[in-house]
Ligand binder design. Structure first.
Ligand code: NAD
Length: 327
């Protein structure tokens, strides 16, 4: 039996494929390459180019491959774009997920792992955020993901399908062996952008807001290494294969690092004192977003291997350097 990884040519999906192959799994990657890269897919996986919204192509895929589980990364991920073009997000993240889930039900694929996001919480009053906090997304991106979570819960209650929705906090870093990393053009993730500034690919790095109620006044986020995130999915897969119940779990370390701490780490690791521009607060930014990460540790026995800011930055920087030399 093989595991189907949608979006396996993307940033997180390509790390998942490496993790599964290392664990001896058979992997089929399905990706339309809108933001992913064919060469990010490890050679040991079968690659099929196609769209998650294409019902006929999914039928063909499920008929010609023995798939027992789906890990669904494919989606659109840019929060500000979702505000300007909400229908794109309701199509690609909600409607296309519906098409995929329906294909799973039709073909008897009973295990489903879904890439959700901390954005489903919106602007929570309680920190750290537990899964029991109410969802109140403040962007079409967050809503489009939450709608898919709701759909999965209803489908799991009605059909032979169990699911785990993993709500990622700030994903960062790259493969410790340097095989894959984040290649997305115009990415806005802080650690990636700071590494680009250290490499001279950007003239400066902007910090938005230094007067938040945090120890140094800059925003605090829960950064999780992408390899630890892939490991969490592999454990969720094992959980479902062992007959574990459906559920929703946060993916973060439960620790926050401020924008300034991240910048200091990038300067320390790269040895470059790049220019930092202090700007005003940006609309929609929360002062602090940190996961209560107890549930995933207790349920899946997840123990991260790279929960250290300098390690995350080191891997991200090595990847960025590699990428800049390719172009
Ligand atoms: N990166 C983060 O910090 C973060 C945080 C929370 C949640 N997520 C979620 O994780 C998932 C993966 O994110 P990523 O950072 O790897 O993004 P990415 O853009 O690098 O990867 C997405 C992949 O999906 C593919 N894809 C998109 N739409 C498709 C479709 N309709 N059919 C087939 N393939 C399609 C793209 O080509 C790409 O390879 C997304 O669902 C995202 O919402 C990411």
């Amino acid at each position: 039996m093989a595991t189907l990884v949608t979006g396996g040519a993307g940033y997180i999906g390509s790390h998942m494929v490496l993790d599964l192959l290392a664990a001896g799994e058979k992997v089929v990657v399905y990706d339309n390459l809108t933001t992913g890269f064919r060469d990010a897919v490890a050679p040991g996986a079968t690659f099929i180019k196609g769209d998650v919204g294409d019902e006929a192509a999914l039928d063909k895929l499920f008929t010609s491959h023995d798939i027992d589980a789906v890990i669904h990364f494919a989606g659109s991920i840019v929060v500000p774009e979702s505000v300007v073009d909400p229908l794109k997000y309701y199509r690609n993240n909600t409607a296309n997920s519906r098409t995929l889930i329906e294909a799973c039900v039709r073909h008897g694929v009973a295990r489903f792992i879904f890439s959700s996001t901390a954005a489903v919480y919106g602007d929570p009053a309680v920190m750290p955020i537990a899964e029991t906090e109410p969802c109140a997304p403040v962007s079409p991106y967050g809503t489009s993901k939450w709608m898919t979570e709701l759909m999965l819960a209803d489908v799991a209650a009605a059909h032979e399908l169990n699911y785990i929705a993993l709500r990622y906090f700030n994903v960062a870093g790259a493969d410790p062996e340097g095989r894959v990393g984040q290649s997305t053009a115009n990415a806005t993730h802080l650690i990636k952008v700071a590494c680009q500034a250290a490499l001279g690919l950007r003239p400066a790095l902007s910090v938005f807001g230094t007067d938040y109620d945090t120890p140094d006044g800059t925003g605090l986020r829960d950064y999780i290494h992408v390899a630890d995130l892939a490991k969490a999915h592999r454990l969720a897969l094992a959980w479902l294969r062992d007959g574990g119940a459906s559920g929703i779990m946060n993916c973060g370390y439960g620790d926050g690092f401020s924008v300034m701490q991240v910048i200091d780490a990038v300067k320390r690791v790269s040895g470059v004192d790049f220019t930092v521009k202090i700007e005003g607060r940006r609309a929609g930014d929360s002062p602090k977003v940190v996961a209560d990460a107890g549930k995933i540790r207790e349920t899946l026995g997840w123990v991260p291997d790279y929960a250290d800011l300098d390690t995350i930055v080191w891997h991200a920087f090595a990847w960025e350097k590699n990428l800049s030399q390719k172009h």
